[in-house]
Design a binder for this molecule. Structure first.
Ligand code: ADP
Ligand code: MG
Length: 397
C-alpha cells in the first residue's frame, strides 16, 4: 500500500487500528507522518487514538456494522490492544489483510496457549518459561495442591485479560492457592513458580508479510506494583551474552508463530548460580509495547514506524539506536498530591532538563495507576542520561 496514494475510486491509502489507546495514538502519528489516512475503531468518544485519527468509528470492538465500516475505509488493519476479541480480527480478515492475525493474537491472549507455544519452540528459541501448571477445574486445583509443591511459593495468574499485574495473586501455601483461585473467580488460570528475578528485559521484533525480520536490542525494564515504571535502553544495560540470547529467542518465537507486525517478548533474568544468570521467557504482546516507547526518540525508526511499515508491506529498516535512553512512565499518580488532589506537574522544570522528550496521551482525567504519558531522556552518553533521569524522576515523584 503506497503511502499518500489514492485509488481509482478516489479513496486515500488508509490504515486501520482496532483499539483507541495510547499505542493506537502513536501508531496513528507514525502512519500520518508517512501520508496515510487512518481509521480507529474504539467505543470511547475521548480515546487517545480516536482524537487524532482521520476517522473514528465509535462502536464496540465486535459490532458488525463498525467492523464493516473499518474494512470499507482501510486497505489493511492492525490492533493496539491485545484483549480485542480475536473474533473481530477474524471478521476483518475475511475482506482485508490483518496483522497480526487473529490466530496469533488468540495465542497471546491466553497464558495457557502462550506458554504452550513457548514450550513448543523452546528447542529453537533456547529459552523455556517458568515452571507452571494449568488450573481450569477443581480437580486440577486439587492435583496441583497435592502434587506440585515445587510451584510454591508461586503466582496464580488468570489465563485471560491480565495486564499490568492485574488478575494475579501471590500464594505461599496450598491453602492460599485455593483461596486465590476462588478470589479470581475460579476461572482458567496458570500457577507459576515464583522465580528469583535479578532483572527483566523485553525485545521488540518486527516481521513483514514476506518474512523479513528486524529486531531491537533488549531493553531493561523495572516494574513497580506490576506496572512498568522505567525502561533503560543503552549498551551495557545487561550482560551482552544475555542480550544476544534474548534477541535470538524473540526472533525465533516470532518466526515460529509466522508473525506479521510488531511483537514484544518479555523475559526474566533469574539467579541460577551461573555468572550472568539464566533467561526465562515470560509473555508476549502482539503489538508495540510500553517498553519500546524510547524508540520514538532514540532510534531512527520507532516501533510504531515498523508497525506501519510491516502492515503496509513496506521494507523494514533495521532501526539504529542513535542515543542511549531512559524512559519514565507517567502514571496518574504524578498528577495527584499527597491528599489525592489534582496538581499539574512542574513541566517547566522537567523540560528545562537537557534531552527530555515529553509524550502525553491526551487523557484528561488523571487517576492513580493510569498511564497518562511517558518521558524519554536521551543524550550523548549513558552517565548523563542517567543523571537527568534521576533529576526528572525527583521532580515527578
Ligand atoms: P502482566 O500481564 O500483568 O504484565 P506478568 O506475567 O508480566 O503480567 O507479571 C507482571 C510482573 O510480575 C512481572 O513483570 C514480574 O515483575 C512479576 N512476575 C510475574 N511472574 C513472576 C514469576 N514467575 N516470578 C517472579 N516474578 C514474577
Ligand atoms: Mg508483563
Amino acid at each position: 500500500i503506497f503511502p499518500g496514494s489514492v485509488d481509482a475510486a478516489g479513496q486515500p491509502a488508509t490504515l486501520g487500528v482496532l483499539g483507541g489507546g495510547q499505542l493506537g495514538r502513536m501508531f496513528v502519528h507514525a502512519a500520518q507522518r508517512l501520508g496515510y489516512f487512518t481509521a480507529v475503531l474504539e467505543p470511547d468518544a475521548q480515546s487517545p487514538a480516536g482524537l487524532v485519527s482521520h476517522h473514528h468509528i465509535q462502536t464496540t470492538y465486535d459490532d458488525p456494522a463498525g467492523l464493516a465500516e473499518l474494512a470499507q475505509l482501510c486497505q489493511s488493519i492492525t490492533t493496539e490492544f491485545e484483549n480485542v476479541p480475536a473474533q473481530a480480527l477474524q471478521t476483518l480478515a475475511q475482506t482485508r489483510p490483518v496483522a497480526p492475525s487473529a490466530a496469533v493474537v488468540g495465542i497471546a491472549q491466553n497464558r495457557i496457549e502462550e506458554k504452550a507455544h513457548f514450550t513448543a519452540c523452546a528447542d529453537v528459541s533456547g529459552v523455556t518459561c517458568a515452571p507452571y501448571a494449568v488450573i481450569e477445574t477443581l480437580a486440577q486445583l486439587q492435583a496441583v495442591q497435592n502434587e506440585r509443591a515445587d510451584l510454591l511459593p508461586g503466582i496464580l495468574k488468570t489465563a485471560r485479560m491480565g495486564y499490568d499485574g492485574k488478575g494475579q495473586v501471590r500464594v505461599k501455601t496450598a491453602k492460599e492457592l485455593a483461596a486465590a483461585w476462588a478470589e479470581l473467580g475460579s476461572v482458567a488460570c496458570v500457577l507459576e513458580k515464583m522465580l528469583p528475578l535479578t532483572a527483566e528485559c523485553s525485545v521488540l521484533v518486527a516481521r513483514g508479510w514476506d518474512g523479513q525480520i528486524v529486531s531491537f536490542a533488549p531493553q531493561r525494564n523495572v516494574h513497580v506494583n506490576g506496572i512498568l515504571a522505567v525502561t533503560a535502553a543503552y549498551e551495557g544495560n545487561m550482560p551482552s551474552v544475555l542480550a544476544d540470547r534474548a534477541r535470538d529467542a524473540a526472533v525465533a518465537i516470532a518466526q515460529h508463530l509466522g508473525y506479521v507486525g510488531v511483537l514484544c517478548v518479555e523475559f526474566f533474568v533469574v539467579d541460577d548460580g551461573t555468572e550472568h544468570g539464566g533467561l526465562v521467557v515470560n509473555e508476549m504482546a502482539p503489538r508495540p509495547h510500553n517498553s519500546g516507547h524510547y524508540t520514538i526518540d532514540a532510534c531512527d525508526a520507532s516501533q510504531f514506524d515498523l508497525q506501519v511499515h510491516a502492515l503496509a508491506g513496506l521494507p523494514l529498516p533495521q532501526s539504529r539506536q542513535h542515543s542511549p535512553a531512559i524512559m519514565l512512565n507517567l502514571l496518574g499518580d504524578v498528577w495527584l498530591d499527597a491528599n489525592g488532589q489534582l496538581q499539574e506537574p512542574d513541566w517547566q522544570a522537567v523540560l528545562r532538563l537537557p534531552g527530555t522528550h515529553l509524550h502525553l496521551y491526551g487523557k484528561l482525567d488523571a487517576r492513580a495507576g493510569r498511564k497518562m504519558g511517558h518521558l524519554t531522556i536521551t543524550g550523548p552518553d549513558v552517565d548523563g542520561v542517567k543523571a537527568v533521569a534521576r533529576r526528572a524522576a525527583a521532580l515527578l515523584s
